[in-house]
Design a protein around this ligand. Sequence first.
Ligand code: GDP
Ligand code: ZN
Length: 296
Amino acid sequence: MTAAGKIIKGIAGFYYVYVKDLGLYECKARGLFRKDNKKPLVGDDVTIEILDEKDREGNITEIHPRKNQLIRPASANVDQALILFAHKDPKPNFLLLDRFLISMTYQKVPVLAAFNKADLDAEAAFERIAEDYREAGCPIISLSIHEGRGLEDLSGYLAGKTTVLAGPSGVGKSSLTNALQDTVRMEVGEISRKLARGKNTTRHAELIPLEDGFLMDTPGFSAFEGIRIPKEEIEDYYPEFASYRGKCYYQGCAHKNEPNCAVKAAVEEGLISPLRYRNYTALYDEAYEEEKRRYR
Ligand code: GDP
Ligand code: ZN
């Protein structure tokens, strides 16, 4: 008997294939590499031949065409990325958000940004965040996992998709994973224990089945490094600059210290978020320094 499923985990030559309504099968991929010249990846949609129903063993006979392939974490068919921050505790790092947005956009993966712990946000800081990112090209969602706020809204975005979950530690990634399904339990809170575990074991990308869709936990996000992008191209990732940048006095204006810069004027008039503009200049300077180092 054959079935269609998805690889959710790979360990030492075994692939764990999740088949909706039937559950998990431990599979080998005998003969597949010779046939297709393709190594299975977490996220691959596959056809398996069920070899032993009782022992839940199978063999992968076919890898279906991939929509895309991510290098880090090594995976296939990722539909979108969810980056989680907190309203506060810990304070959101917007430069990290922009770096992540640029890196994923470059890899053609749409991003959702969610801010958890809305219950702590007495100053309504979220309104400011939503305003700053209104034109950044990604939905911004407010959550309180503790109070169950925003989860329905988020589930709507996750439905039917494979979503890679990222974010700094302490923002509620484990809590969210637990809130969205009840098969896999993640340790909540104990950061020191989680870090110790992360150091000693090489964790691989793994998909967690949701009622409708899959969630991928990303190991080693703390070491997240954005893609290197030439300084002149960084502005391409700031859609809110688009209608101004053609109006700068200098062609090739970097929107920093040049006179008659239409982007800077728009920031001063409150048409572009100062936060987003500051992140742009920080990333521009960083790319500039990096290029200087490499070509010296
Ligand atoms: P992770 O490191 O990103 O996986 O974060 P955890 O899920 O381990 O959560 C870190 C801490 O934040 C824990 O003490 C959680 O109880 C707490 N936390 C998670 N969600 C919320 C929330 O909605 N509100 C508040 N106030 N705390 C939360
Ligand atoms: Zn300019």
